[in-house]
Design a protein around this ligand. Structure first.
Ligand SMILES: *[C@@H]1O[C@H](CO)[C@@H](O)[C@H](O)[C@H]1NC(C)=O
Ligand SMILES: *[C@@H]1O[C@H](CO)[C@@H](O)[C@H](O)[C@H]1NC(C)=O
Ligand SMILES: *[C@@H]1O[C@H](CO)[C@@H](O)[C@H](O)[C@H]1NC(C)=O
Ligand SMILES: *[C@@H]1O[C@H](CO)[C@@H](O)[C@H](O)[C@H]1NC(C)=O
Ligand SMILES: *[C@@H]1O[C@H](CO)[C@@H](O)[C@H](O)[C@H]1NC(C)=O
Ligand SMILES: *[C@@H]1O[C@H](CO)[C@@H](O)[C@H](O)[C@H]1NC(C)=O
Ligand SMILES: *[C@@H]1O[C@H](CO)[C@@H](O)[C@H](O)[C@H]1NC(C)=O
Ligand SMILES: *[C@@H]1O[C@H](CO)[C@@H](O)[C@H](O)[C@H]1NC(C)=O
Length: 783
């Protein structure tokens, strides 16, 4: 083949040689095939009057590389129930783009739709109320009332009351006044409209860190739809940030309405001083459910019962995602008390309930009952505990007591049914090894879900409960395939069709250590491979079977996070390039019980590094990988592991790639939004108690010695660095300093800095350029 570079003018090739440029061009073409596809984000179902059919609205997202954004589109379908064994979806002919829309929230009856348009920074927020055929009401909200409405999936909460007359929601509180100056100096009481004035900055305020940069405190508001009047909810302490609001059930005996919401105190610095520590990916921030009287009283001047918000969950250090049962008798919520109490940024969740007072009036002495407790050490193959990040708005089956939710169970995402009265839990998605299921919405007692695997793009599924069977368990559910217009590139599909995936259980090496039972159990890894058999010895006998594909170890961040068996376009791209992948869920990962998870803090850089090497040995010993063709990829804590590995085991990796890696904890502790994380992971749970904003030299030297930087002198592996300049979690200085130190030693290094990206590096163009470079880097060194 004619090398294309031969015909290019020299200056167009920059620093790339012709072969690399050719590789770059061909991989970019392949990556396009994986990037263009729409993914389903959310779904809402609406019952049709006829009874046997319903309608669904899907929110789907498509990456637009030229515009560097994700388009959100709405695609609708009509579901009709043909028989017990089939369901048919009639899709609308095209999706419609939701231009300028931040989020949509249908009313409980499904007859109205709230559309939130946050607009550009500084412009007024616009709320629209739609009916079935037209816009009913348009409410512009000036910045003096509140800033943009939270649609972040965490503080976010938008709730219609049952009459559909009021909407409660969370928005940025208005800006505090700033000092103003004019030609003669400080000017008291100047207005924006006066000319010849300028504004000072005023006091700096803490924000919630990574992804919340510059966002003002989340506060609670209620819109009266008929009058268009908006009121801030009163009685909430100034130090509390609010989120996840829902209306409490209305009572027949009182016209007073209450709101239940989650409150996070900003006093979570070391000495309970106001320091908002980063909250994104950090479930260890204490929070409580509160109840407060809602503004607007239909009967005019009734007395306000709860003028001051009351703490409903004083007995537990964490309570969030409140949901009332359909009959209004129970309030169910999730808790991350294990995370709060241990200091780990994420841990095993628990589910709780309280009886809601029959007179409808909340009080602080409601008792909290466990529904699903934290699982310390699961039985082999048994339920490992809950690992949940969200609930559906309406998670209930028609029996009024069964909640449907998605959770992580080992390497898989599964759908669970939880009976909150009898406190029973069952997995209802099929148990297929190395595949993941997520619930999108309920359609009556049927479930709309998505399933995928590392080699199977997402597929819509429709689950029907067969009432003949007695209990709500996996056997009682029939999962039907749904054909959809969301198609995948034929080329991508055919490249993935010959691949295999499996879950491997890797025995723990040094089991003689003083370890909890949960930490002695094998940990799991997902293996995606090109070979026909997952157990053959193809690499030991390359004469007969041909050479083994090169292997990439994939290391997740956190460390208390997990690589799950769902489809990832980026990993599918690397598979399609010819790599085998080993996604190692080292001990400390979510999904395997609390003891295994808590075995890691205090041992980062040793136990986790050992687990990754044990997983690598495991596949090499079985002839599934060629030890001379191994690369490693990780971001954040996965980048910490990657840089540790190339320092501690310099002969085992031919190439490495890191995304916003933690390389030097002694540098990170002074620059990150979560300095407490550095202490807990380096010292273990006790680190929580001696975390301070002013680390001593002893602390700094311990942090240094646990860091990859302390193994720098041994590194020789060529390493690619992908860094987000706006990252507040692991600031860019961490990766840059390490990369420069490697360069100084003469190690081959390539650095790409994305000026507008945060920790996740997921803006479409940045994501594309990242994975393209990962592909090219690994191809170059893994021949
Ligand atoms: C991806 O979409 C763009 C338009 O957004 C189109 O130009 C391009 O051909 C598509 N690529 C593939 C591989 O489908
Ligand atoms: C709904 O389904 C039932 C049972 O399949 C059938 O008898 C009835 O006619 C259906 N109703 C409508 C409106 O289609
Ligand atoms: C539905 O299933 C029930 C029980 O399995 C069966 O008796 C009935 O004939 C089925 N109906 C149809 C329309 O398939
Ligand atoms: C279809 O309707 C029948 C009778 O109403 C019901 O038993 C069955 O579960 C429904 N099936 C689906 C797929 O909705
Ligand atoms: C409401 O207030 C008005 C005047 O302030 C008073 O006349 C009326 O009795 C009050 N109504 C109730 C229900 O308290
Ligand atoms: C509510 O209870 C939680 C848990 O004990 C606590 O962290 C929080 O400070 C309490 N809030 C108030 C206002 O008492
Ligand atoms: C083992 O760990 C337990 C609990 O962490 C501790 O109480 C015990 O002293 C330890 N034993 C040894 C020999 O270190
Ligand atoms: C590591 O961090 C310490 C503390 O900030 C700093 O003094 C040192 O220069 C850093 N080393 C490297 C190579 O990043």
């Amino acid at each position: 083949m004619e090398p294309p570079a031969a015909v290019l003018p020299k200056e167009m090739t920059h620093s790339m040689d012709a072969t690399t440029e050719e590789e770059y061009a061909s991989q970019a073409k392949l990556l396009q095939e994986f990037t263009n596809l729409s993914t389903i984000k959310k779904a809402w179902t609406f019952k049709c009057n006829s009874g046997n059919s319903s309608q669904i609205m899907f929110s789907i997202s498509q990456c637009n590389l030229i515009g560097n954004k994700r388009k959100t589109n709405i695609l609708s379908a009509f579901i009709s129930n043909e028989s017990n064994h089939s369901v048919s979806f009639q899709w609308s002919p095209f999706p419609i783009e939701m231009t300028g829309v931040s989020t949509i929230v249908p009313s409980p009856s499904g007859l109205k739709l709230l559309v939130v348009k946050n607009g550009e920074t500084g412009s007024p927020v616009l709320l629209e109320i739609w009916g079935p055929s037209q816009l009913l009401k348009e409410i512009p909200i000036p910045q003096s009332v509140h800033g943009s409405i939270y649609t972040d999936g965490w503080f976010e909460g938008i709730s219609w009351n049952s009459d559909e007359t009021l909407i409660a929601y969370v928005a940025e509180e208005p800006s505090p006044p700033k000092p103003t100056f004019d030609g003669s100096g400080y000017k008291k009481g100047a207005s924006d409209k006066d000319c010849g004035i300028w504004k000072g900055q005023g006091d700096w305020e803490e924000d919630w860190g990574e992804t919340y940069s510059g966002k003002r405190k989340p506060a609670l508001f209620v819109l009266n739809i008929n009058s268009g009047v908006i009121r801030a909810v009163e009685g909430i302490e100034e130090s509390v940030s609010v989120g996840q609001v829902v209306w409490a059930p209305s009572s027949s005996t009182s016209s007073q309405k209450y709101l239940v919401f989650v409150g996070w105190s900003s006093k979570n610095g070391p000495q309970q001083v106001p320091r908002k520590l980063g909250i994104k990916y950090c479930y260890n921030r204490p929070c409580a459910l509160y109840a407060v009287s809602a503004p607007f009283h239909e009967l005019g001047n009734v007395t306000v019962d709860l003028a001051t918000a009351i703490n409903l969950t004083q007995g537990i250090s964490s309570a969030f995602i409140p949901r009332f049962s359909p009959d209004g008798k129970l309030l169910v919520f999730l808790s991350a008390k294990s995370a709060v109490d241990s200091g780990a940024h994420c841990a095993t969740d628990s589910l709780h309930k309280m009886d809601w007072p029959t007179d409808g009036k909340p009080h602080p002495d409601l008792s909290i009952v466990d529904v699903v407790p934290v699982v310390m050490c699961p039985e082999d193959g048994g339920f490992p505990g809950l690992y949940i990040s969200s609930f559906l708005d309406q998670p209930w089956l028609s029996d009024g007591c069964t909640m449907i939710l998605s959770s992580t169970w080992g390497c898989n995402e599964v759908i669970l049914a939880v009976d909150v009265i009898r406190c029973r839990i069952s997995q209802i998605s099929p148990s297929v090894s190395a595949s993941s299921w997520n619930v999108l919405a309920l359609d009556g007692d049927n479930i709309l879900a998505v399933s995928s695997s590392p080699i199977d793009p997402p597929q819509i599924k429709y689950g029907c409960f067969q009432e003949q069977k007695q209990s709500i368990s996996s056997v009682g559910w029939n999962w039907l395939d749904v054909s959809s217009p969301l198609s995948y590139s034929e080329k991508a599909k055919s490249l993935l069709s010959s691949l295999h995936r499996s879950i491997m259980k890797i025995p723990v090496k040094s089991a003689s250590e003083n370890l909890s039972n949960g930490a002695r159990k094998p940990f799991e890894s997902i293996f995606v491979s090109h070979s026909n058999s997952q157990t053959d010895e193809s690499c030991k006998d390359s004469q007969r079977n041909g050479p083994c594909n090169p292997l990439i170890l994939i290391l997740h961040g956190g460390p208390h996070s997990v690589s799950v068996s769902s489809y990832s376009k980026s990993l599918a791209f690397l598979s399609a390039l010819g790599f085998n992948l080993l996604l190692v869920n080292y001990r400390g990962s979510l999904g395997f019980g609390e003891e295994a998870l808590q075995s890691l803090p205090g041992k980062v850089g040793s136990q986790d590094v050992g687990d990754v090497l044990a997983a690598l040995d495991y596949v090499i010993e079985r002839g599934l990988a060629d030890p001379s063709k191994v690369a490693v990829l990780g971001g954040s804590h996965g980048g910490f592991l990657t840089t540790h590995l190339i320092g501690q085991a310099p002969d085992r990796f031919v190439a490495a790639c890191v995304r916003n890696p933690v390389c030097n904890l002694s540098l990170m502790v002074g620059t990150t939004d979560i300095p407490d994380w550095c202490y807990v992971e380096a010292y273990g749970n006790k680190g929580k108690t001696f975390f301070t904003e002013a680390p001593s030299m002893e602390h700094l030297s311990v942090l240094y010695s646990k860091s990859p930087i302390s193994h720098l002198s041994k590194v020789k592996t060529p390493t690619l660095f992908l860094l987000g300049a706006q990252d507040l979690r692991v600031p860019v200085s961490n990766g840059l300093q390490y990369a420069r130190a490697l360069k100084e030693k003469g190690v081959e290094v390539k650095v790409i800095v994305f000026p507008n990206d945060v920790h996740a590096i997921e803006r479409p163009q940045s994501d594309f350029e990242s994975f393209l470079n990962i592909g090219v880097w690994f191809k170059k060194y893994c021949k």
